[in-house]
Write a protein that binds this ligand. Structure first.
Ligand SMILES: Nc1ncnc2c1ncn2[C@@H]1O[C@H](COP(=O)(O)OP(=O)(O)OP(=O)(O)O)[C@@H](O)[C@H]1O
Ligand SMILES: [Mg+2]
Length: 212
């Protein structure tokens, strides 16, 4: 399955969730390749951090921040159980190419009553991609979600009967994601029993079940 983490809004957790999904599946014995489709190269930077810290390689990372991504991805998919694409913010050409490559697009959103989680632009790109890829699936995933706050509940309610639908698995606001990113580690490597690690495992399981 090729899963693309996309949202033209910056800083919503595309890279964090892409790295953790890839890492989680790899730790379960799956063959995983991550495509860094962001010209900023944050996922590639992360893997270099990791190498410098002497940490073991969990999965391969390929930099493919170009419009031909959808033509190159199938080749990579042949040798992998899962491909995870870490998408760029605000680059329509790259977003389009990633959408054409993907079986599933995951749109990370943060709890917010008014902000652009379901921006018309993002949804228009999905609709457009479905002309060529009618089976393209899409889901919102709620990230940095503080449990039991009114705003989190309202966001979940707004998204509940929305298309694309919201995944049941949500990821909390957990400082470990930000702290560990600096050192090239994933949350389950630091503490496999932490809430963050459990949320990632549940997310990977739910997304894995959407496999075509
Ligand atoms: N669930 C979370 N809890 C706490 N911090 C988080 C969480 N998710 C992401 N972050 C932090 O928020 C910042 C932005 O996350 P990230 O880089 O994954 O977003 P992005 O969508 O890839 O951004 P960009 O659009 O710049 O590529 C990072 O510092 C990351 O560590
Ligand atoms: Mg990013």
């Amino acid at each position: 399955m090729i899963v693309a983490l996309l949202n033209q809004k910056g800083g919503v957790g595309k890279t964090t969730l892409a790295l953790h999904l890839a890492g989680q599946w790899a730790s379960e014995g799956k063959r995983v390749t991550l495509i860094d489709a962001d010209p900023q190269g944050s996922a590639l930077d992360w893997s270099q951090q990791r190498a410098r810290a002497g940490l073991p390689r969990l999965f391969g990372i390929v930099g493919l921040a170009r419009d031909t991504l959808h033509r190159e991805a199938p080749e990579l998919a042949r040798d992998a159980d899962h491909i995870v694409i870490d998408g760029p913010p605000r680059i329509a050409g790259l977003m389009r190419s990633a959408l054409l490559a993907a079986d599933l697009v995951l749109i990370p959103v943060q709890p917010s009553p008014f902000d652009g989680w379901a921006s018309a632009e993002m949804l228009a790109l999905i609709t457009e991609a479905r002309i060529y890829r009618p089976d393209l699936a899409a889901r919102f995933v709620l990230n940095r979600c503080a449990a039991r706050t009114v705003i989190a509940r309202e966001t979940a309610e707004t998204l509940a009967d929305h298309d694309p639908p919201l995944l049941a698995a949500t990821i909390g606001q957990r400082i470990a994601f930000a702290d560990l990113a600096q050192t090239g580690r994933l949350v389950f490597e630091a503490d496999a029993d932490s809430m963050a690690a459990r949320e990632i495992a549940a997310l990977a399981t739910e997304v894995g079940r959407l496999s075509p």
